[in-house]
Write a protein that binds this ligand. Structure first.
Ligand code: COA
Length: 146
């Protein structure tokens, strides 16, 4: 598996997976913002160098916390361990940098993602009722501690 920080050339693949994965996908501007950062925040995964992207993860390290901002795997490549691989990369960063806490927000109906996070040791901190509009779906705020 080939994992590295995202480059501008990756943008078409990123946008394509994003729009296939979310009801309210990130815009091109949002990805360009992450790609413009000096400290990488967006990482992509491929089976081999120079092949299409299979998934990505975006997170910010802020003081003693890591905030997960985005995670997606190409719909044709799900249930093959890639989401877990990407999340384990984030958790390795948390352990290495001694960032003791990781936070994320997930739609309460997103069973696949919630099962993944639960299996990695995340727990629900609290629920934000009606957080996602216009459908008023609740958000779960989850936390992982080393
Ligand atoms: C959530 C997502 C990233 C998971 O990626 P994935 O590569 O399919 O996940 P993995 O194959 O690594 O699965 C790891 C574990 O997650 C859970 N899981 C993953 N997909 C699941 C599903 N459809 N139903 C139930 N559990 C699921 C299982 O516990 C699984 O372990 P197992 O395969 O040993 O049973 C992927 O479904 C996705 O891109 N969804 C759309 C975008 C999204 O919702 N992102 C998260 C936003 S918070």
């Amino acid at each position: 598996m080939n994992l590295h920080s995202a480059q501008l050339d990756d943008l078409p693949d990123l946008l394509s997976i994003e729009s296939a994965s979310f009801v309210q996908p990130w815009s091109k501007t949002a990805f360009l913002y992450e790609l413009s950062k000096t400290i990488p925040s967006l990482y992509v995964i491929r089976r081999e160098p120079f092949t299409p992207i299979l998934g990505y993860i975006c997170f910010w390290v802020v003081a003693d916390e890591i905030q997960l901002l985005n995670l997606a795997v190409h719909p044709d490549c799900r249930r093959q361990g890639l989401g877990r691989f990407l999340m384990n990369f984030l958790l390795e960063q948390a352990r290495e940098k001694r960032e003791l806490k990781v936070f994320l927000e997930v739609r309460s109906a997103n069973q696949a993602a919630i099962a993944l996070y639960n299996s990695l040791g995340f727990r629900v901190l609290y629920r934000r009722p009606g957080y996602y509009t216009p459908e008023k779906e609740d958000a779960l705020v989850m936390e992982w501690t080393a």
